[in-house]
Write a protein that binds this ligand. Structure first.
Ligand code: SF4
Length: 360
């Protein structure tokens, strides 16, 4: 049975489905119709203030009916141009993610993610292995990540190359125009969304935002990420993404520090989830990978948070964890989750009334 026959899924993802059916317009296309005159050399503070004003205008606009929106003309410069300009300023002392390395990536300095201003794509294809509502998904894998997960399945893309291989030898450099062309090619092949992943898209936020002014198709823009971005960085994309596919890995800060090497994991990621739930498109599938021996400290607190704070989210309770990469060095995660653990997590989600079955 098609997952779209599930009324609750249809209700929660109605805008996304409308884009697929052509009855709704992707948010980024609407953002392009919002004229935005600004001086790129103005202070960051003033540009951020203008961004807030444009976001308010955008959110008034998005409520208008589709026919009215279709009559609007694309403007230049527009709301996206402003977000791109601010993103490039943030690169001068990088604060895209909560590591806040503060390096000048424009001047080729590198922080934890090992990226300068350039973005690199390791592959791009129609992914058929994502959640059923998302396939075929036009997936773009960026090289590098701002996390250092010891159990990473994509460690060759995310981190193992750092300091050992030149990124130019293993991935293709893309600018905003190349990235847009890649996205449009995926649309031509039949993608129903453009899925930015990695590694992680966060360090490449400027290129992704920039590419939106070169894309033209009415296609869903999807952010697939560890979601450890700063509040300021999230402000640059919150209005342009139609669908969110964030991870929610750990139910506390300590596990985030131990297995991914990041501080305040839970506080940051919970905050960001709340923001896209209450604002933005609000159409979200949270991916929760169940880790062995982490039902009490991670899975249950995450599900509690979702049920109380962000109940419109749909959750993919994932059982595919396998020890990989450096996970063998950690006894407690050096096995797959047991069927008892998986059942316990799913029963807990059920008890809390969380919608997970159609996508898990
Ligand atoms: S994206 Fe994150 S990890 Fe990379 S330089 Fe910026 S703050 Fe550091």
């Amino acid at each position: 049975m098609s997952v779209w026959k599930n009324e609750e899924i249809l209700k929660r993802f109605s805008y996304y489905k409308g884009i697929i059916d052509g009855t709704h317009i992707a948010r980024y296309l609407i953002a392009k119709t919002l004229e935005c005159d600004f001086n790129p050399n103005d202070s960051l503070e003033n540009l951020e203030k203008l961004l807030n004003e444009k976001s308010t205008e955008f959110n008034q606009l998005i409520d208008k009916n589709t026919e009215e929106l279709k009559t609007r003309e694309i403007k230049s410069p527009n709301y996206i141009s402003l977000a791109e300009t601010i993103a490039n300023k943030y690169l001068e002392s990088c604060i895209f993610c909560e590591r806040k390395c503060g390096v000048n990536r424009i001047e080729n300095e590198k922080g934890y993610c090992f990226l300068t201003k350039d973005s690199f794509v390791s592959s791009a294809f129609l992914h058929m292995g994502e959640e059923s509502v998302l396939i075929p998904s036009g997936t773009i894998f960026f090289q590098s990540c701002n996390f250092g997960c010891v159990f990473c399945q994509n460690y060759d893309i995310s981190q193992a190359w750092k300091g050992t291989r030149d990124i130019e030898d293993i991935a293709s450099k893309v600018d905003d125009r190349n990235l847009a062309a890649l996205a449009e090619k995926l649309v031509d092949k039949g993608a129903i969304n453009i899925n930015y992943v990695g590694g992680d898209p966060i360090p490449n936020l400027h290129t992704i935002v920039g590419s939106l002014n070169h894309q033209t198709s009415n296609i869903c823009q999807l952010w697939n990420s560890n979601f450890y971005l700063t509040d300021k960085a999230l402000s640059l994309i919150i209005d342009f993404m139609d669908f969110w596919l964030p991870d929610f890995k750990y139910g506390n800060n300590k596990c985030g520090e131990k297995y991914s090497g990041v501080k305040n994991y839970y506080d940051v990621v919970a905050r960001n989830h709340k923001r896209i739930h209450d604002g933005g498109s609000g159409e979200i599938i949270i991916r929760h990978l169940v880790l062995p021996n982490h039902v009490e400290c991670c899975s249950k607190p995450i599900l509690d948070y979702i049920a109380k704070q962000i109940p419109k989210c749909v959750v993919n309770v994932m059982g595919q964890y396998r020890p990989q990469y450096k996970a063998y060095d950690y006894d407690e995660i050096n096995r797959t989750p047991s069927s008892k653990e998986m059942l316990e997590v799913k029963n807990y989600a059920e008890k809390l009334g969380i919608l997970y079955k159609p996508v898990s």
